[in-house]
Design a protein around this ligand. Structure first.
Ligand code: TXA
Ligand code: MG
Length: 354
């Protein structure tokens, strides 16, 4: 398949979207930017179109897709009912980085929702995504636009790397704003429950509706998570990732030791850490060492930067030939919760507490 690649600035949305909108309406596949990560879209009402997404990504068929909508009418057309508190959450948080899992009606084909009787809906906060969905005139099923198991793409080039030749169109709209996937919130019951942590945190949801639960399956390796996608190996670069948590100075000392050890074995090491840590660590290692690459994540006071760089830096580390990536963990509050969730997955559970 020949993939058409369209470069588009957010500020110049116009007739360039006519072709991809038509491709979607006619049952094709289009990768497009959202504010979280790039998505790979197809008409959610068309079973054959949806099956093309699973095929292009190599995605397990029991992992349901998020359905993206651009108008409030599209929500009502797809769900069986809404809990009373959902209205307030939607009005405040949409368009934005949160998907709501609701009871679906009979309109959506079974392969969109992996056979579940619920559907995750999201109104993305990105002008290209919103305009594309509106012009296509149908709800768009869209998982992240990576090959299954790879880090979600945050720039157009990584979508091209993964999906060129496998989809009809790729819209390269530059860098995304958030960098990690949306919060997935189960709103089928009387209390909302987070199934996948994201930029919209538990604290934010609590401030709006009073209570918010957390699916215990997110963190436990014994319980099955309620969101099927959370059980798969995810976000993993080729390099081996190790996450360190605990005492700040001990972590930096461990990094220095690990770095020297791995360098002696002829291995290249990537280190992901805050600006504040780099100042300390740089004093410990010789400047001209080309077997160490630092990926700084901004200040520890501002976790947005970490979320924004994370997936891109995991891919960068692979590009630069790192064998191992050492990551300093973050406190699991606010956005830190989502970041830890993604890096522990990238590390496939290799977490060292010191
Ligand atoms: O930010 C995002 O959400 C991006 C952009 C493209 O919108 N999309 C995304 O999709 O991350 P995906 O397919 O990579 O992740 C969707 C997650 C999976 O963990 C899936 O299991 C869960 O949402 N999910 C979808 N429908 C569900 C449902 N009905 N019940 C529970 N979990 C659901
Ligand atoms: Mg994904």
């Amino acid at each position: 398949m020949k993939t058409k690649i369209i470069h588009l600035e957010k500020s110049q949305i116009g007739s360039e979207l006519d072709l991809p909108a038509k491709v979607l309406a006619e049952g094709g596949t289009v990768a497009f930017p959202t504010e979280t990560v790039y998505g790979l879209g197809a008409n959610a009402l068309d079973e054959v179109a949806v099956s093309k997404i699973y095929h292009a990504k190599g995605r397990p068929s029991d992992n349901p897709l998020i359905v993206h909508i651009a108008t409030w009418e599209m929500v009502d057309a797809l769900v069986a009912y809404k809990q009373p508190y959902v209205e307030r959450l939607m009005e405040t948080l949409w368009p934005g980085p949160i998907a709501f899992v609701m009871q679906k009606n009979e309109k959506l084909p079974a392969n969109v929702t992996g056979g579940l009787d619920t559907v995750a809906l999201r109104m993305p906060n990105h002008p290209i995504a919103l305009e594309l969905i509106k012009r296509a005139g149908v709800p768009i099923a869209a998982p992240s636009a990576n090959l299954s198991g790879k880090p979600s793409p945050t720039i157009g080039r990584y979508v091209v790397e993964d999906l060129d030749g496998r989809v009809d169109v790729i819209i390269d709209g530059g860098e995304v704003a958030v960098g990690i996937e949306s919060t997935v919130l189960d709103v089928t019951g009387p209390v909302p429950i987070i199934l996948r942590p994201g930029k919209i945190t538990r604290e934010i949801i609590e401030s709006l509706v009073g209570v918010c639960g957390l699916d215990p399956g997110i963190e436990s390796s014994d319980l099955a998570p309620k969101s099927p996608g959370m059980k798969y190996k995810h976000y993993a670069p080729n390099a081996e990732v190790v996450v360190y948590t605990g005492d700040h100075m001990r972590i930096l000392a461990a990094f220095e030791k690990e770095m020297n050890q791995l360098n002696q074995e002829g291995k290249k090491v990537g280190i992901m850490l805050f600006d504040e840590d780099l100042v300390v660590l740089e004093k410990l290692i010789p400047k001209e060492n080309d077997r160490v690459v630092f990926f700084t994540q901004g200040s520890q006071k501002q976790l947005d930067h970490f979320a924004n760089n994370l997936f891109r830096d995991l891919r960068r580390a692979d590009e630069l030939g790192c064998h191992v990536i050492l990551i300093k963990g973050v406190a699991e509050k606010d956005m830190g919760h989502a970041i830890m969730n993604r890096i522990i997955k990238a590390a496939e559970g290799r977490v060292i507490k010191i």
